[in-house]
Ligand binder design. Structure first.
Ligand code: TYD
Length: 221
């Protein structure tokens, strides 16, 4: 059980495309708020006006490609603003912060797949994230083909963004990258299969959250 003190709880959701993170975050928020526990739902890249501006630039599927280091610095610029103006203030208010992607995405997308060295990512992490590390990270794991199908269905006729337009091989490496991270950080990261129906996934997440955090009604709202 996590000891909370006055700081809220920082929970991140990770995984490949089409794993259903957004839906599960929404469902978790509903459950927490039913107990009068305040939630700050947010996402990366983005989450604050400044970081959303950087998001638009990063995800623009039509822009010229940027080298992996430049792209990484943009993600960390967005993250610095998000932490300063979104995440840390919410944690200071004692809230649950539910964040759709965070540093683990950079580790996998820019590190494993973009070949940015671990040492560079470690340095940026120390500089930008410092001690605002997630208390818990939930990886929603889905077979690559199914995830790509779901992401395409969700997108409809819209343009694929910078990452959605990558190949099957890219998305398969992505999946393995997240699973490797989970093996490397078993205390912080849990993997939940996102293959079954939304209600069952919600229930499994709720069980894990109940095990880890004190959910006494209204205690921190
Ligand atoms: P988004 O539409 O939010 O994707 P998803 O619904 O799959 O979460 O777009 C975010 C994209 O940015 C996603 O493809 C993952 C990628 N990304 C990185 O490459 N590095 C990062 O550090 C983060 C936070 C996201």
């Amino acid at each position: 059980m996590t000891t909370l003190g006055s700081r809220g709880s920082f929970i991140t959701f990770e995984g490949g495309e089409g794993a259903g993170k957004t839906t599960q975050i929404r469902r978790l928020k509903t459950r927490l708020e039913a107990l009068s526990l305040a939630c700050h739902v947010t996402r990366e890249p983005g989450g604050t006006p400044g970081a959303e501006l950087i998001r638009t630039l990063i995800l623009d599927g039509q822009r010229p490609p940027l080298d992996a280091l430049t792209e990484t610095l943009l993600f960390y610029a967005a993250r610095a603003n998000h932490l300063a103006e979104g995440i840390r203030p919410a944690l200071m208010r004692g809230e649950f912060v539910l964040c759709d992607r965070f540093s683990d995405s950079t580790r996998v997308y820019q590190g494993v797949l973009g070949a940015v060295p671990q040492a560079t990512l470690d340095a940026l992490e120390t500089l930008v994230v410092a001690d605002t590390k997630p208390d818990l990270t939930i990886i929603l794991d889905i077979p690559t083909e199914l995830g790509m199908q779901r992401a395409a269905a969700r997108r409809g006729a819209d343009h694929a963004d910078r990452f959605e337009s990558e190949t099957f091989g890219f998305h398969e490496k992505l999946r393995q990258g997240f699973l490797d991270l989970a093996r490397a950080h078993p205390q912080r990261i849990i993997v939940i299969s996102a293959e079954c129906d939304e209600a069952s996934i919600e229930q499994e997440i709720w069980m894990k959250i109940s095990e880890r955090f004190s959910l006494e009604r209204g205690k921190r709202a």
